[in-house]
Design a protein around this ligand. Structure first.
Ligand SMILES: C[S@@+](CC[C@H](N)C(=O)[O-])C[C@H]1O[C@@H](n2cnc3c(N)ncnc32)[C@H](O)[C@@H]1O
Length: 144
């Protein structure tokens, strides 16, 4: 029997972000299983360069951060200023670049380093602009 209801080490910031998220009536946050999977995938990639499309209020970001080692970096993107602020205030960390912008424009314009892992959880990347998102992955790496 698979046991998927036990979560160890839920990120310390998670409850605070969840409370702020509920106040904003934001209901598109990832569940705990997705968070735990993100942490595991990220932890398997030392010194990773990571992209998250759709920060939301930072719930998934908190799991990604927990999986990151000291040499990993995350760029996370959202166009909602209220959600962005909740994430930024709760997860301030030198390894995270919080970008408040339109993901469609960002994906088309980005010319920086490729990524080891992409979590695509916004319209751009998840439902639109697949090719642009895939083209930002390093060879052999993966997108969720
Ligand atoms: C499913 S929610 C992200 C949830 C978050 N990853 C989590 O697990 O808590 C999708 C997010 O995409 C953002 N979004 C929608 N359209 C966007 C766009 N054009 N550019 C950037 N972000 C966008 C929304 O503001 C929303 O926060």
């Amino acid at each position: 029997m698979m046991q998927d209801q036990v979560f160890n080490n839920i990120p310390a910031q998670y409850e605070g972000i969840l409370a702020a998220t509920r106040k904003l009536s934001f209901d598109m946050a990832s569940d705990l299983q997705t968070g735990a999977l993100l942490r595991t995938l990220v932890a398997a990639k030392p010194a990773a360069t990571i992209l998250e499309l759709g920060t939301g209020s930072g719930l998934s970001t908190s799991w990604i951060l927990q999986g990151m080692d000291e040499r990993s970096h995350l760029t996370t993107i959202d166009n909602n200023a209220l959600l962005h602020e909740v994430a930024r205030q709760n997860l301030s960390d030198r390894r995270i670049n919080f970008v408040l912008t339109n993901g469609y424009q960002w994906l088309k314009a980005y010319k920086g380093e490729s990524f080891d892992f992409i979590f695509a959880d916004a319209m751009p990347g998840k439902y639109d602009l697949f090719e642009e998102a895939f083209s930002l992955l390093k060879n052999g790496e993966f997108i969720l």
